[in-house]
Design a protein around this ligand. Structure first.
Ligand SMILES: *Cc1c(COP(=O)(O)O)cnc(C)c1O
Length: 341
C-alpha cells in the first residue's frame, strides 16, 4: 500500500555535485520531512558531498541526521529559547552550533553555558528572528565560542541588504558570515567582498533543483464501476456521471494534496486561487493523481492512507496494481518507500 518516491540517483547526485562546485562554503540543509527524501537520506548525501557542516531546523532533528550517519558539525537554524529543553541539552555538545537571536538569550547563555558554540542571527527584512548587532558589546558574548553571524534573507534576498547587515555585524565583532537565500552569483560577490569565511545554507535548490531527478507514484488498490447518482465514500456523495472510482495509495498521512497558502502577490495568482475555489465549491477538487493521461477529480477528500478518485466514462484506464503518477509537494509529502534507479 505504498506511495513511492523514485530517485534517479545519477541525475540527482549530478545536480548536487554541480551546485556544490559553484558554491564554496555550501552548508546543506536537512530539516522537516527531509524535503521529501527523509533526513537520514539527506545526511548520507551531505556526507557524500564532503560537506563539513550540516544545518537542521530544530534540536530534535540532530539525532535523526546522526542516525543517518552524520558525524561532523551540525548547526541548528531555529534560534535557541530558554524554554527549549531539547536545544538546551545540545549546548554542551562539541559538534553542535546553536543559533542565538536575542540579546537576553546571548547574555543568559554566556552565563549558563560559557563554552557553547553560537552563531548570532541578525534581523533582516524578513523580520522573523534576529537582533541588531549594535545592541551588543564584547561583554554580551562572554567566553562563548563565537562561530559568526547568520543572515536569513527573504526568498529574493538582495546582495545589498546582505552586505549592509554583514558590515553591521562585523563592525561589532569579526567572524564568519552565514547567509541564506542569495543567488549563486550574489553569494559569490558577497563572499569575494569579505575577508572572513562565508557559508551559504541551501535546501530547496540543492535537493529539489532538478525536478527530473525524482518522481512520485501511487499504486492502484481498487477499481469500481459507478453509475451516475449512486452514492459513494464516507459522505455518501452522488457520482456526477457514469464512470469509475479508482482507489489509489496516498492520503492525509502522506501529506498528499495538502496545499500550503500561496503568497498572492499578483492578480494572476488571485485568479488561479478563485478558480480553484469555484472548483472546490462545486465539489470537484482536482486531485494530484494522473490517470489515463490527465489529473482526475477526487471523489471525496483523501483518507488516511488512500484516496478515492473519479474517472468518468467507460474506460477506467487502470487496473489494480498499476502505478500512476502523483504530483506531490515535496516539503509536505512523506513517501512510504524510496526506490533508487
Ligand atoms: C530552511 C532554511 C534554509 C534553507 O531554505 P531553502 O529555501 O530550502 O533553501 C536556509 N536558512 C534558514 C535559516 C532556514 O530556516
Amino acid at each position: 500500500m505504498t506511495l513511492t518516491l523514485h530517485i534517479d540517483a545519477h541525475r540527482w547526485r549530478a545536480h548536487q555535485d554541480a551546485f556544490q562546485q559553484q558554491v564554496s562554503g555550501l552548508v546543506p540543509v536537512a530539516k522537516g520531512n527531509g524535503y521529501g527524501f527523509r533526513l537520514g537520506v539527506l545526511a548520507a548525501e551531505a556526507d557524500r558531498l564532503g560537506a563539513q557542516t550540516l544545518a537542521v531546523g530544530i534540536a530534535e532533528e540532530v539525532q535523526q541526521v546522526r542516525a543517518g550517519g552524520w558525524h561532523h558539525d551540525i548547526v541548528v537554524l531555529n534560534p535557541w529559547r530558554p524554554f527549549d529543553g531539547a536545544a538546551s541539552a545540545l549546548l554542551d555538545d562539541p559538534k553542535v552550533i546553536t543559533t542565538v537571536s536575542r540579546v537576553e538569550d546571548l547574555r543568559a547563555l554566556s552565563q549558563s553555558h560559557p563554552r557553547a558554540r553560537v552563531v548570532v542571527e541578525i534581523e533582516t527584512a524578513m523580520h522573523r528572528h534576529g537582533l541588531d548587532p549594535r545592541q551588543l558589546t564584547a561583554d554580551t558574548f562572554g567566553d562563548l565560542w563565537f562561530e559568526g553571524w547568520a543572515i536569513h534573507l527573504p526568498a529574493d534576498g538582495s546582495l545589498t541588504e546582505a552586505n549592509r547587515l554583514a558590515q553591521t555585524g562585523l563592525a561589532t565583532r569579526t567572524g564568519p558570515v552565514w547567509v541564506s537565500h542569495l543567488s549563486v552569483d550574489d553569494y559569490r560577490s558577497f563572499a569575494a567582498g569579505l575577508d572572513v569565511p562565508t557559508f551559504l545554507r541551501v535546501g530547496t535548490r540543492l535537493w529539489l533543483g532538478d525536478k527530473q531527478a525524482y518522481r512520485t507514484t501511487a499504486t492502484v488498490l481498487d477499481v469500481h464501476r459507478i453509475r451516475k447518482g449512486h452514492k459513494l465514500g464516507y459522505h455518501g456523495v452522488a457520482a456526477p456521471r457514469d464512470g469509475w472510482i479508482v482507489i489509489v495509495s496516498g492520503g492525509t498521512a502522506h501529506g498528499v494534496a495538502l496545499a500550503a497558502p500561496v503568497p498572492q502577490r499578483s492578480w494572476k495568482q488571485r485568479g488561479v486561487t478563485v478558480a480553484q475555489g469555484l472548483l472546490d465549491a462545486a465539489g470537484r477538487t482536482l486531485s494530484p493523481y494522473q490517470i489515463g493521461g490527465r489529473k482526475r477529480a477526487f471523489a471525496e477528500p483523501p483518507h488516511m492512507h488512500s484516496s478515492m478518485v473519479f474517472v468518468p466514462g467507460d474506460d477506467s484506464h487502470v487496473k489494480v496494481g498499476d502505478e500512476v503518477p502523483v504530483t506531490t509537494r515535496m516539503t509536505t509529502a512523506t513517501p512510504d518507500r524510496i526506490t533508487w534507479h
